[in-house]
Design a protein around this ligand. Sequence first.
Ligand code: FES
Ligand SMILES: [Fe+2]
Length: 383
Amino acid sequence: MKTHFDINQYIREGAINGRIYTEPDVFTLEMNKIFEKTWVYVAHESEVANQGDYKTTVIGQHPVIVSRGADDGEYYVMFNRCRHRAASVCQDEKGNANFFRCQYHGWTYTNSGDLVGAPFQDGYGEEFDRCKMGLIRVPRIASYRGFIFASLSEDGPSLEEHLGLARPYLDMIADQGIELTAGAQKYAYHANWKFQVENTIDPYHLSFVHKTFFDIQDKKKGVKTNFARMHKQEKVSDLGNGHSLYELADDLGIGALPFNLIIFPNLSFVGSQVRVIKPVSVDYTEVALYPMMLKDATLEENAARLRKHEGFYGPASFGTPDDLEVAFDRVREGLRSGGEEWLIISRGMNREEVNENGVLSGNSSDEVSVRAIYKKWRELVTI
Ligand code: FES
Ligand SMILES: [Fe+2]
């Protein structure tokens, strides 16, 4: 890492430098200053609903296990690293088990991380204290309305403080009685993780990238979507801490929530899905979409939600493949071409409104959400 990081070379009023998407040093900085410091979403409680349930995921670059204690029903988040010589102890995406046994030399841990056996223990002296050799738990874990977050930092704002003004929207989602029991749809792309965060709230692109979708919708409804009017009726708001909100005026026919919500840095809610973003390297990103099923709905109702989700977000849908091509691949290609280093994110800066809570908002074609992301990004990477 450079000894001196000059933030002004990367970000300035209404613009960001393309190097924030391509420089490995910036990625390293983001992992250290964002993903290892702030709250990162790891699981919804419904994914580890029963005692003994577990799932594996990552916090930034760190593989972790999220489990529900087989004995005590508590939630645990532990580094997926054997205390002997560091092999990961669990490779399955999810499951139910009382123990994790490292395949390398057989050290065995309970599913809450306590070491219960190291084979041929007479090879270790008296000082070997099994109680101190459990899987290491991450410094902080907290849950908000069923959404489990973890932080690799011992201190910092509480989860409630971090979520701040986004909490009422998480409440609305939780009040629907959701559960993530339909599995996950996954994709990956060869570009930076921030492309996906930004694109999650970017109504400006809808009438271009997703034109075919809207043409078909219009045909069905017999009315032409007036995008200029739609953008004026809709609002995008900066909720603080990097989080932002897009409130839809009409049902666009692509989901069940009346809003899109970004919880910075790695979680968002779109349509009827929980979207989780996993940065792998500066130019490779994995994304997982978990359709939200409703506990109290019939099988048919939940199936209908899934079909709707697949229609816009599935692998052969009207939405995701076009976003992957235009919003990720073409931006990556354009960035390589040079000529200009800066990208413009100033749209709507001249007409932002501020409410009594200090929430900035603009119409839905304005880049309020991108600016919200980079405001927090800037704050975190320069601390
Ligand atoms: S690395 Fe796990 S038992 Fe040796
Ligand atoms: Fe899109």
